[in-house]
Write a protein that binds this ligand. Structure first.
Ligand code: SF4
Length: 363
């Protein structure tokens, strides 16, 4: 299918008063003729819901998979990353606000059919394609079409998401994904309400569903914002919930906030806050807790959950040492590390390489 501006959307129904209800995310927007949802990219167009960003992207880059962040999903591999525009949350601290809050469709310069993207990933040696930069839930139809094209070419797919999706849609959406990094932005309903314009519970529901009712490889990220979600009590509660509801092997990443968007008055996260959060989560029984966006050798190291030996040493996005077999087993004691692994070659490294997608098309 060629890129077009208005693509038929799924997950909606007509209301008695003539409006349409979007059933894709827990906002359940009710839309009059011509009205767009809170995400800005889904619209009532003549009595049918359409996605206005199918086939359009804000740009493509090749990244290390560690940047998503995913530390247990083909370590050292490269991933073709892209996003579109808009978002279904309204986080005051958004670290990608120029994309997620964009109302300017002109910035979606790169037109790309699903197979163009899969082909570009294949030709550039990428193990996977990541839907990232903005939340792929809002462009679910496009992301799912791309995922199908990727799988036909043996390319894996990764969703970087807030997990704000309804039960109606999550089965379809995540059945196309091989891995997900879900933001658990805090462990407080008030934080979600006041700083994200959203509810916590649907995110928790998505995490439990992913862990127990899907084959998607799951990692979680919590951006620590000084004074807002970094208290000892909240971090303990979050970590204990992950341990009890998702198990001790789900990797949890604590990453550093930088002042941005509508929260420029809050200071950047001190490295010691990340280390303290990591210790609390480890004390709660989690085996794989990482710090991100900082140089922290301890917080970037994967250890065997059985024998405690070092398996992967990282410095930011650079892998310095690797002691897993091709099957993902500890080369010391043979215990399998939770995750998805394959033969390990030369790591991609910390580079970020922008690419033009049309260069991948056959002449
Ligand atoms: S996906 Fe967009 S239009 Fe649909 S309910 Fe969520 S915010 Fe509203």
């Amino acid at each position: 299918m060629e890129p077009s501006s208005n693509h038929p959307a799924r997950y909606w129904h007509a209301l008695d008063d003539g409006r349409l209800q979007c059933d894709l995310c827990p906002r359940y927007c009710h839309l009059h003729e011509g009205q767009r949802g809170a995400c800005f990219v889904r619209m009532n167009d003549g009595g049918r819901l359409v996605l206005t960003t199918w086939g359009r992207s804000s740009g493509f880059c090749i990244d290390p998979i560690e940047k998503k962040p995913l530390n247990h999903f083909y370590p050292g591999s490269s991933v073709l990353s892209f996003g579109t525009a808009g978002c279904n949350l309204a986080c005051k601290f958004c670290q990608n606000w120029d994309i997620s809050k964009s109302r300017d469709m002109d910035r979606l310069m790169d037109q790309a059919r699903p197979d163009d993207i899969a082909l570009a990933a294949q030709r550039n040696g990428c193990r996977s394609v990541a839907f990232t930069y903005n939340d792929p839930v809002i462009f679910a139809e496009y992301a799912m079409d791309i995922a199908d094209a990727c799988h036909e070419r043996g390319i894996a797919t990764v969703a970087v998401t807030a997990g704000y999706i309804t039960p109606d849609a999550r089965g379809d959406f995540f059945s196309r994904m091989d891995a997900a990094n879900v933001d658990l932005k805090a462990f407080s309903p008030a934080f979600y309400r006041q700083l994200c314009g959203a509810d916590l519970q649907p995110v928790l529901d998505t995490l439990v569903w992913l862990r127990h009712h899907s084959d998607v490889w799951l990692e979680i990220t919590t951006l620590l914002i000084p004074g807002h979600n970094d208290s000892e009590a909240e971090l303990q509660a979050l970590s204990r919930w992950v341990r009890s509801e998702l198990g001790d092997e789900v990797p949890l990443h604590f990453t550093a906030f930088h002042p941005d968007h509508k929260m420029r008055d809050v200071p950047a996260t001190p490295p010691e806050t990340l280390s303290r959060a990591r210790r609390l989560a480890q004390d709660a029984g989690l085996k794989h807790v990482y710090t991100g966006n900082v140089h922290d050798p301890a917080g970037g190291t994967t250890r065997c959950g059985q024998c405690g030996e070092v398996l992967i040493v990282r410095d930011w996005y650079r892998i310095l040492d690797y002691h897993l077999t091709a099957e993902g087993a500890c080369s010391h004691c043979g215990t399998r590390l939770a995750g998805r692994f394959g033969p390990y070659g030369k790591p991609f490294g910390p580079r970020r390489i922008p690419i033009a997608i049309h260069a991948a098309r056959p002449a």
